[in-house]
Design a protein. Structure first.
Length: 180
């Protein structure tokens, strides 16, 4: 089966640095096949005979810790689940070029009502957020980013429970998944 692995918080601000070539090698040595990465922010697609995504995430986490000494959260999704996430996105997500569009991927275990509560009261004229399956679709005005509720997530405890991919990256990852 084909999977997408999302590593949280690597290569950001000089912390938790992992070269993608090293990640591909580490994944291959861990028994994964057809390993490919996309940009430097911890996106990896691969094949595995293991069907338990939590077990796959644990295997990747353990390999990174053993080889690189980094305690990195990992989320693994099946190719079909990622495709469904993109297919089921709200019509407004990605539609307005003046807004920034992100996909907030929740780290397990997660509680969607708790997550939406933690996001807080939105300002609909400058932002939107909608829960999906294991994700929250987020859009916000670039011009008024500093005034948005969702723009302040980085200083919230919720931020440690998510990994963020922007609209373009989310779709490029789907294209990469489709090649494997």
């Amino acid at each position: 089966m084909t999977y997408l692995g999302l590593l949280r918080g690597i290569n950001v601000g000089g912390k938790a640095k992992i070269k993608m070539a090293d990640l591909r090698l580490l994944m291959t040595r861990s028994g994964f096949t057809n390993v490919a990465t996309y940009i430097q922010s911890g996106n990896v697609v691969f094949n595995s005979d293991v069907s338990d995504t939590d077990k796959l995430a644990d295997t990747i986490h353990a390999a990174i810790f053993a080889d690189l000494g980094l305690d990195i959260d990992v989320v693994v999704l099946e190719k079909t689940d990622w495709a469904a996430i993109l297919k089921n996105a709200p019509v407004w997500w990605g539609a307005d070029d003046t807004w920034k569009h992100n996909l907030l991927v929740l780290l397990p275990p997660y509680d969607m009502p708790e997550t939406m509560h933690a996001i807080g009261k939105l300002k609909p004229e400058i932002e939107a957020a909608e829960p999906g399956e294991r994700v929250v679709y987020q859009s916000m005005s670039r011009e008024f980013f500093g005034r948005t509720t969702t723009g302040k997530l980085a200083s919230s405890p919720l931020y440690k429970k998510i990994t963020v991919r922007n609209y373009n990256t989310a779709h490029k990852l789907q294209a990469l998944l489709d090649t494997i």
